[in-house]
Ligand binder design. Structure first.
Ligand code: AMP
Length: 172
């Protein structure tokens, strides 16, 4: 299945110059959504994964489905003030301003094998924040997976220490 044909490109969203890759058109098609999750699971076949860690909001959609398929746990990473229990947090800079992400401080037991997942790899800032959150635990990051990679932005270079998987590559 040509998954890239289900991604809609929206020029100049949310601001001028950005080619926004809209995954709602893939999620909207049951066969394409299933194929995307099946292909991600196939790519990771043979690896021991105890938890998928992903950030709201789009990461939750893929992360929930992939965790179910892998038969592993799912750990939500959220914006400040959303998680009810004690959290670890990580702040990072964006092009404009700052962002902060939180994870429950008891989410990952010692020695757990963790897959980090996001819908799209652009500059890698978001996935790097997820790596930094997981590093607060005595857990092993077995890889970082994306549905889409924007190769021109070279975000992958931030993750030389880990295997990086992406199903769909776009050069813009
Ligand atoms: P980055 O932190 O630069 O790697 O950006 C990745 C995050 O921002 C992902 O969670 C995406 O959902 C979102 N994002 C960044 N660029 C795009 C884009 N061109 N199209 C769709 N989503 C994007």
């Amino acid at each position: 299945m040509k998954l890239e044909s289900y991604i809609r490109n929206i020029p100049d969203f949310p601001k001028k110059g950005i080619q926004f890759k809209d995954i709602t058109t893939l999620l909207n098609n049951g066969q394409a959504f299933k194929a995307a999750i099946d292909e991600l699971a196939e790519t990771l076949k043979g690896q021991k994964i105890d938890f998928v860690v992903a950030a709201e909001a789009r990461g939750f959609i893929l992360g929930g489905a992939l965790s179910y398929k892998l038969g592993c746990g799912f750990v939500p990473v959220r914006k400040p003030g959303k998680l009810p229990y004690k959290t670890h947090s990580h702040s990072y800079s964006l092009e404009y301003g700052k962002n902060e992400l939180h994870i429950h401080e008891d989410a990952l037991p010692k020695g757990s094998k963790v897959l980090i997942l996001d819908d799209l790899l652009a500059t890698g800032g978001t996935a790097e924040a997820l790596v930094n959150l997981v590093k607060k635990f005595e857990a092993d990051i077995v890889g970082i997976a994306f549905l889409i990679e924007l190769t021109e932005l070279k975000g992958k270079e931030k993750f030389k220490d880990y295997p990086v998987y992406s199903l769909i590559k776009f050069d813009i």
